[in-house]
Design a protein around this ligand. Structure first.
Ligand code: RB5
Length: 150
């Protein structure tokens, strides 16, 4: 099984623990980058290390959780090659893989039940990128960065 990174702030802590247990039961090699409790913390402190490792290709995929999913996605998407998608249901998770080749899944922990969270996660894990016209679009995402003068 490929390696998977997972991290959350305090708002996503409980769901992270539940999803992590479920993933391990399914045989995934999960590395937990924190947080370790429900004590208040800052989401960028967890999004940065995870996104940095996905960005440099150390790990293929990661999962981030915070209250809305927004702060984690803003932070992770600052890294080259990271495509962090907030998915609030399984259909969005499927499309995030199929159309957008999302390599980081971001869950809005305060807006999904544990059952919904697991369904979103497993759908995202089990869906392949469709390629074709979607590959052309995904390649264009990093166009501005590649063309900007240094
Ligand atoms: C924490 O209260 C909350 O702001 C955070 O989890 C997240 O929703 C930020 O985007």
């Amino acid at each position: 099984m490929p390696k998977l990174l997972i991290a959350s702030d305090h708002a996503g802590f409980e769901l992270k623990e539940q999803l992590e247990r479920a993933l391990r039961e399914r045989g995934y090699d999960v590395e937990d980058l924190g947080t370790d409790s429900e004590a208040s913390t800052d989401y960028p402190d967890y999004a940065h290390p995870l996104a940095e490792r996905v960005s440099r290709g150390d790990v293929e995929r990661g999962v981030l959780l915070c209250g809305t999913g927004l702060g984690m996605s803003y932070t992770a998407n600052r890294y080259p090659h990271v495509r962090a998608a907030v998915a609030w249901n399984a259909e969005v998770a499927r499309l995030a893989r199929e159309h957008n080749d999302a390599n980081v899944l971001v869950l809005p922990a305060r807006f999904v039940s544990p059952e919904q969270g697991l369904e979103i996660l497993t759908t995202w894990l089990d869906t392949e990128f469709a390629g074709g016209r979607h590959a052309r679009r995904v390649e264009k995402i990093e166009k501005a960065e590649q063309e900007s003068p240094s």
